[in-house]
Design a protein around this ligand. Structure first.
Ligand code: GLC
Length: 868
């Protein structure tokens, strides 16, 4: 079935390709041929012979499951078989401490601690996919009278291998390319807790003759200030330096730095093998004034590289390693691209990873990290793609968003002060890793709390390497408030989740400074974590407008609706109410009845105000503008209904059963599509300065009526709260990227192994097209929706609550969940085909009252749950 669909899609593609005007196509081919000829003329007998121009052949026997690749759940990898993905697909390696992005054709974005302020490689994502982007590895085969220049990554040499695959693994990418008598295997990863990117290259001679092979890995450096690299061609090039250190052993270390960093941060590139030759200057390496480019670097047609260093200009690190391989013989070299204070300081790491045993060990350690991380929660349900997402890809993406917030992706480029670690983004991301790495989550939560202001609201983002914070986009508009109405509220949910997961109530007493730009860190006011949370809530309580609803600020979760000062946000009201509920739980756990009482009163007041002022008849409105007029109402021309306006009153417990059902039915009727739930409808059709950003998009794109995926799990959660397991699961499946791998991937275009941020909505001609893979709150919230609401396993102060809301046809499922010191092996039976309701619970054979599994010592507990 899938195969049939696939070939249908392929035929369709072919058809539309044929539709291109013939003359234009002909002209195009002619120019391309001409271009190719000039390259070939300059470079003896090389590069772009017919065989090398195309993308790789695909081995159809193994492409079952997708046009581009397939999931290998056993190895926890996605195996790409076709490098010509519709857009760049990528993977993340390392962590924010050291790491970045590796794309499937070998490009690398690398940084240490901060993408904007400490960038290492130069990657310009807007250039065509065929371009060199920060790194590649050349394989040179010298035969009697010809030279072949290949790349296992296909790009930038356009090499067509007989067999090619790129395995997107857990924090590593592995390429295997076969052809030209060789089998080339490259693995790229960052060993845990190191500041080194390893590229482990093996070459096997699979021909019947002896071969001489040269391997030339190359990285191109960026100035550490990533934006300056793009905007300044005066100062930047004058400061960039590459020195070479040749050791007696023949090993070469290329040291690169921007002059002002010479004393405290140098990049280095070295390898496990002595180098035949090297280059540090791009102009020398590419030759011919760079005119023939990365596809055919001039030095590769000479015997050796030029041994260039660089006193200025575009800095690279290239080294050549020579192999003479008999048939079946394997050659191997592992390179290191690192950053340390000095070469001296880097020597221990350099020596360590020159030993291939340590490279192997680091790779196994990485696998062990992931094994440990993923065992926190494993599931077995009747739905295979649900299992695959929940057991591997979704928690993996949560780990990625926890590291990178919205700071560095192929869409959020991490330049300048445009992005940083987002307050609301990271607060939500932490909810997705809380059961896997609560202590790491706490550390990041502490950073977030330290950029909360004395008044209770928070700075919108901060730079991790300096801990300097700013007000985000609100800086751009003179006449709008300078704070976001929601940022400070999310952290209440995060801290509550941490406390419930760990029981570490002492954390509430930890003193953390409040942010104050004008004061040195030591002079800033400090408050306990509890005090920080109290100020968050007090801020929203005291910042309410004429309807008694919290003000919008510059924006709420929806960054793009920027109404004039005085507007109120119903979303902020609901998030505030949810935060109050969490705070009441905390108060109960620490026995502070008085505070709990105060929050209960606030909650009741907000609840009453929302229901009194915001019910529109079939759904809730979403905002009141500065004049008190509703937005997200049937009275509006655009933006009549908004998805958050409906999901959040259910999540906050504010909606009555009747309102909840009616509102969610309206979402189903007016916002749902086969590709997911639209954020709002109808989209603005032209710029409207009153609402701002949202109307800069065409209807159906992003927040303007697009399928903004982050908001989908909130509707799933709301549906489970009202007991609608079938609909919640339908919504889950609609946006499951793994399910797009079959048939729909040409329309979807984005990576099938992670959630994108948005899919174009039904008002847009490209309905179904996805963008902004990887860094999206969708990951954390879909994970929560699936595990805590559909499967219904949730940490509470009293224990692990089990309250599933599943599709009625599921007869059973099981979950293994680490909680505190124990592992709960929970199997759930659903003999009567219900969606919700727990009839009985047994732990280790003993019946328990209610549906909360008590906090138990010991290792493993067998839990049997019967629904009905
Ligand atoms: C982007 C922002 C996030 C915001 C969302 C909706 O994902 O990073 O902070 O909530 O858009 O506007």
């Amino acid at each position: 079935m899938a195969v049939k669909k696939q070939s249908k899609a392929a035929k369709k593609q072919l058809k539309s390709a044929k539709k291109q005007p013939k003359a234009a196509a002909k002209k195009q081919t002619k120019t391309a041929k001409k271009q190719l000829k000039t390259v070939v003329k300059k470079q003896p007998k090389v590069v772009a012979k017919k065989k090398q121009v195309n993308v790789t052949k695909t081995d159809t026997s193994r492409t079952i499951g997708g046009q581009y690749g397939y999931f290998d759940d056993e190895n926890k990898e996605y195996i790409l078989r076709n490098p010509a993905t519709p857009i760049k697909w990528c993977n993340y390696v390392g962590t924010l401490a050291y790491g970045g992005i590796v794309d499937t054709t070998g490009g690398t974005v690398l940084c240490k601690g901060d993408p904007a302020l400490n960038r290492i490689t130069k990657y310009i994502s807007q250039m065509p996919c065929s371009d060199f982007k920060g790194s590649t590895t050349y394989i040179r085969i010298k035969e009697k009278d010809s030279i072949k220049i290949l790349s296992p990554f296909v790009v930038p040499t356009c090499t067509m291998w007989d067999k090619w695959e790129c395995r997107i693994g857990l924090s590593y990418t592995k390429w295997v390319a076969e052809g030209f008598g060789l089998k080339v295997t490259v693995v790229v990863f960052v060993p845990s807790k190191s500041s080194t990117l390893i590229q482990d290259i093996s070459i096997e001679n699979i021909s019947r003759k002896n071969m001489e092979i040269d391997v030339v890995p190359v990285y191109e450096f960026s100035h550490f200030d990533a934006l300056k690299q793009l905007t300044n061609a005066d100062w930047v090039p004058q400061t960039m330096t590459v020195e070479a250190h040749k050791e007696n052993s023949g090993h070469v270390i290329l040291e690169q730095y921007a002059f002002m960093k010479k004393q405290y941060a140098v990049n280095y590139f070295t390898a496990s093998l002595p180098a035949d030759s090297f280059d540090g200057d791009r102009r020398e390496f590419l030759g011919f004034n760079e005119i023939t480019g990365w596809a055919a670097p001039a030095t590769l047609y000479k015997g050796k590289l030029s041994n260039s260093t660089a006193l200025r200009g575009d800095n690279i690190a290239a080294q050549m390693f020579k192999f003479k391989l008999a048939p079946k013989e394997v050659g191997r070299v592992a390179t290191q691209l690192g950053q340390e204070k000095s070469i001296e300081a880097a020597m221990p790491a350099i020596k360590k990873y020159r030993d291939l045993k340590n490279v192997d060990k680091a790779f196994t350690d990485l696998a062990d990290f992931w094994k440990h991380y993923l065992t926190a929660l494993q599931v077995k349900t009747p739905d295979a793609s649900f299992n695959s997402m929940i057991n591997v890809h979704n928690p993996r993406q949560c780990h990625t968003t926890k590291n990178w917030s919205r700071y560095l992706s192929l869409y959020q480029l991490g330049f300048g002060s445009d992005r940083g670690i987002g307050y609301r983004d990271s607060s939500q991301d932490l909810l997705g890793v809380m059961s896997h790495m609560p202590e790491e989550a706490r550390v990041l939560a502490e950073n977030l709390l330290s950029v909360q202001l004395e008044g209770g609201n928070a700075m919108h983002q901060y730079f991790p390497s300096t801990m300097e914070a700013n007000e985000g986009d609100s800086r751009e508009k003179e006449d709008r408030p300078k704070y976001y109405g929601d940022d400070h509220l999310w952290i209440v949910l995060t801290v509550a989740a941490y406390l419930k997961e760990t029981g570490n109530m002492e954390f509430l007493k930890k003193e953390i400074p409040f942010y104050n730009k004008k004061k040195e860190l030591e002079a800033r006011e400090k408050g306990t974590v509890l005090e920080h949370l109290k100020r968050s809530l007090a801020f929203s309580w005291n910042d309410r407008g004429t309807h008694g609803i919290p003000h919008l600020g510059f924006a709420d979760w929806n960054d793009t609706v920027n109404l004039p000062t005085g507007a109120e946000s119903l979303f902020n009201a609901n998030l505030f109410a949810k935060a109050l509920l969490e705070m009441m739980d905390i108060c109960e756990a620490i026995g502070d009845k008085e505070l709990a009482e105060q929050y209960k009163n606030w909650y009741e007041e907000i609840k009453a105000q929302v229901n009194k002022t915001a019910w529109d008849g079939e759904w809730y409105v979403r905002w009141f503008d500065e004049k008190g007029e509703p937005l997200g109402s049937s009275k509006n021309k655009y933006n009549k209904i908004d998805s958050l306006g409906q999901s959040w009153p259910v999540i906050s417990g504010i909606a009555s059963d009747e309102y909840a059902k009616t509102a969610l039915d309206s979402v189903n009727k007016l916002l749902n599509t086969e590709n997911g739930i639209k954020l709002s409808w109808p989209g603005y059709n032209g710029f409207d300065p009153h609402v701002g950003g949202v109307s800069t998009y065409p209807p159906g794109a992003k927040e303007n009526g697009g399928i903004f995926l982050h908001a989908n799990p909130w509707v799933m959660i709301a549906e489970t709260i009202i007991g609608n397991g079938d609909r919640a699961f339908q919504y889950y499946n609609q946006i499951n990227p793994a399910a797009k791998n079959n048939g729909k991937i040409s329309e979807f275009e984005s990576e099938p192994y992670c959630y994108p941020q948005n899919i174009l909505g039904s008002e847009h001609k490209q309905f179904g097209l996805a963008r902004n893979a990887w860094l999206s709150g969708t990951s954390s919230w879909t994970y929560q929706a699936a595990t805590q609401y559909i499967l219904g396993i949730k940490a509470t102060f009293k224990g692990l609550s089990v309250n599933p809301c599943i599709p009625k046809i599921w007869k059973e499922f099981s979950v293994s969940r680490k909680f505190r010191d124990a592992v709960y092996e929970i199997s759930v039976k659903n003999p009567n085909g219900v969606s919700k309701g727990v009839k009985s619970v047994k732990i280790n054979g003993q019946a328990v009252e209610g549906n909360v599994l008590p906090i138990l010592p010991g290792k493993k507990h067998i839990v049997e749950v019967v629904m009905g």
